[in-house]
Write a protein that binds this ligand. Structure first.
Ligand code: ACM
Ligand code: ZN
Length: 446
C-alpha cells in the first residue's frame, strides 16, 4: 500500500501493446457488462506494458499511482490476470460515477498452474449461457482450469460419431424430483463445446473434458447394453449413488467405443489433458462375467479389481497415441501391481490427500482435490438442516486452508500441479443453487 488514491470520474480506459489486444477487449467487455458503460478513452487510464524481465507466464506487476495504473507482464496471460485484478479493484472501488483505488504495488504470480474448478453437468445439465457466466466469474478469481464432467450414470452429454444412442437414449432420464414422469434431458452440440472452449480460452482458462469410465457407466450401457457384462437392460439412472453398471473389462468392443470417444474429445478440446474418471468402479459384474473371468485368467489376476488397472493402462496409452495426457481419480492407483501405470498418468486426489501423496511417491504428477480439505462444494457449507448440500461439510475456512503440498518433500511437491474445487450436482438442479454452492468457496480456494 502507498499514500493516496487513483481517482477519477467515470471508468479509466485501457491501452497497451497490440499483443494484448484480446485481453484488453475481454476486460473492456467485462466492465461494460457490469456497469453498462464503456471504460473511458481519455487520459489517466490503465496502461499495459510488455516487460520481458517478469518471470512466469501468468505473473504480473502492477503500479497504482494517483496518475493511473501501469501493469507489466512478459506474456498475454500475465496481462490478463493483471486486468482481472483491476476488475476486482474496480468492483470494490467504483460506485457507478466515481472511482477510487488505493495506491500501491502488486507483485503477483501463482504458486500453482492448475487452479481448477469442476462442474458435474451429468447429474444436472447446465446451459452454455450458464457455463459462460460461471467461467467469466472464475476468471475474476484467477481460476485457470475448467474441468468439465460430461458423463455419468445420470446422463451422457455430448455426441460421439458412430454412437448416436448416447444422445438419443443416454442424455435423457426421468426427473427424480417430479412424481409425474417428467423427462430431464440435455446435451452439448459440437458447436456448444467449441463456444465454451473459445470463451474460456479468451479468459486464459483451459477446458479439460472428463468421460467417467469404466464405472459410472449407466448412461452408456442404457444406450449400448452390449458394452456391459450382462447385456442389460440398463437405464439412465434417475437416482443417485454408486451403481454396479460398468463397462465389461473382458470385451474389446469397449476399446472401439473409447477410441471413438477419445477421437471426438481430441477434435473438440485443445487441452493437453483428458480426464478418464476411474472412480468408484464396482466389480460385482466383473466377478460373475465369463468374459471378465477369462480375461482375468489370461492376465494372471487373482482379483477382479485388477481388471481396472488393465483398462486404465489401455485408456492412458490410447490417449498418449492421440497426443494427450490422461488424468484419473485416485482409485486408478489401486490394484496396479501387475499392470504398472504409465508414469505420465496424472492422479487427481479426491478421497483425501493420501492418494496424491502415494502418487507423488510413485512419481506421478498430482492435482489435489480432497473432500477432506475444502474442495467439495457439493457439501453443505455448514452443519445446518436448512443448508443445501450432501454428505458432509466444507467450510469456507477449509477452502482457504487447502495446502496441496502439505507433508511433502520439495521433490514431491514439484509434482503437484495444483488444487481444484468440485461441484457434484446430484442435488444442484438450478443455476442459482450452483452459484450458492460455488461461491464464495471457490474464491477462498483460489
Ligand atoms: C468422486 O467424487 N467420485 C471423484
Ligand atoms: Zn464382463
Amino acid at each position: 500500500m502507498k499514500e493516496g488514491y487513483f481517482r477519477r470520474t467515470g471508468l479509466p480506459g485501457v491501452s497497451g501493446d497490440r499483443v494484448f489486444h484480446s485481453e484488453i477487449e475481454v476486460f473492456t467487455n467485462q466492465i461494460q457488462e457490469i456497469f453498462g458503460e464503456q471504460p473511458g478513452t481519455s487520459g489517466g487510464g490503465i496502461v499495459c506494458v510488455l516487460n520481458g524481465d517478469i518471470r512466469g507466464r501468468e505473473a504480473y506487476r502492477m503500479l497504482i499511482s494517483p496518475g493511473g495504473i501501469e501493469i507489466q507482464a512478459s506474456e498475454p496471460a500475465g496481462i490478463f490476470h493483471a486486468l482481472q485484478t483491476v476488475r476486482q479493484l474496480i468492483l470494490t472501488g467504483y460506485n457507478g460515477g466515481e472511482l477510487a483505488i488505493p495506491c500501491g504495488e502488486i507483485d503477483d504470480a501463482p504458486q500453482f498452474g492448475w487452479r481448477g474448478f469442476m462442474l458435474d453437468t451429468s447429474r444436472h445439465f447446465y446451459s452454455v449461457k450458464t457455463l459462460r457466466k460461471f467461467i467469466d466469474v472464475l476468471a475474476l478469481h484467477h481460476i485457470s482450469v475448467f474441468h468439465w464432467h460430461l458423463t455419468d450414470d445420470q446422463g451422457w452429454r455430448f455426441p460421439v460419431p458412430g454412437y448416436p444412442e448416447l444422445i438419443n437414449k443416454g442424455s435423457r432420464r426421468v426427473d427424480c424430483r417430479s412424481n409425474w414422469g417428467r423427462i430431464f434431458e440435455g446435451y452439448y452440440t459440437e458447436d456448444d463445446i467449441k463456444e465454451v472452449v473459445a470463451y474460456a480460452a479468451a479468459r486464459h482458462i483451459e477446458v479439460v473434458p472428463e468421460v467417467d469410465i469404466p464405472g459410472h457407466a449407466s448412461a452408456i450401457l442404457a444406450s449400448y447394453p452390449e458394452l456391459g457384462c450382462t447385456g442389460g437392460p440398463h437405464h439412465v439412472r434417475d437416482t443417485f449413488g454408486i451403481f454396479d453398471d460398468v463397462l465389461c473389462a473382458g470385451n474389446d468392443a469397449i476399446y472401439d467405443f473409447a477410441a471413438a470417444v477419445f477421437d471426438t474429445l481430441v477434435r473438440l478440446f485443445p487441452s493437453e489433458y483428458v480426464h478418464i474418471g476411474g472412480d468408484e468402479v464396482k466389480t460385482t459384474y466383473w466377478e460373475q462375467c465369463p468374459k471378465c473371468r477369462k480375461r482375468m485368467e489370461e492376465s494372471g489376476f487373482e482379483r477382479a479389481a485388477q481388471l481396472q488397472g488393465q483398462v486404465t493402462v489401455r485408456f492412458v496409452r490410447m490417449l498418449k497415441e492421440r497426443g494427450k495426457t490422461a488424468i484419473g481419480w485416485d482409485e486408478v492407483l489401486e490394484n496396479t501391481d501387475i499392470n504398472s501405470l504409465p508414469p505420465e498418468l496424472v492422479v487427481m486426489s479426491w478421497r483425501g490427500k493420501q492418494g496424491g501423496q502415494t502418487a507423488v511417491a510413485k512419481g506421478h504428477r498430482v492435482i489435489m482435490s480432497p473432500l477432506t480439505d475444502g474442495c467439495y462444494f457439493d457439501y453443505k457449507n455448514y452443519d445446518c438442516y436448512e443448508e443445501p448440500g450432501q454428505h458432509k461439510i466444507t467450510t469456507v475456512s477449509q477452502s482457504y486452508h487447502l495446502n496441496p503440498v502439505a507433508d511433502m518433500t520439495e521433490s514431491q511437491a514439484a509434482l503437484v500441479m495444483g488444487g481444484q474445487g468440485n461441484l457434484w450436482s446430484e442435488l444442484i438442479y438450478a443455476d442459482r443453487l450452483a452459484e450458492y454452492m460455488i461461491f464464495p468457496r471457490i474464491c477462498a480456494l483460489a
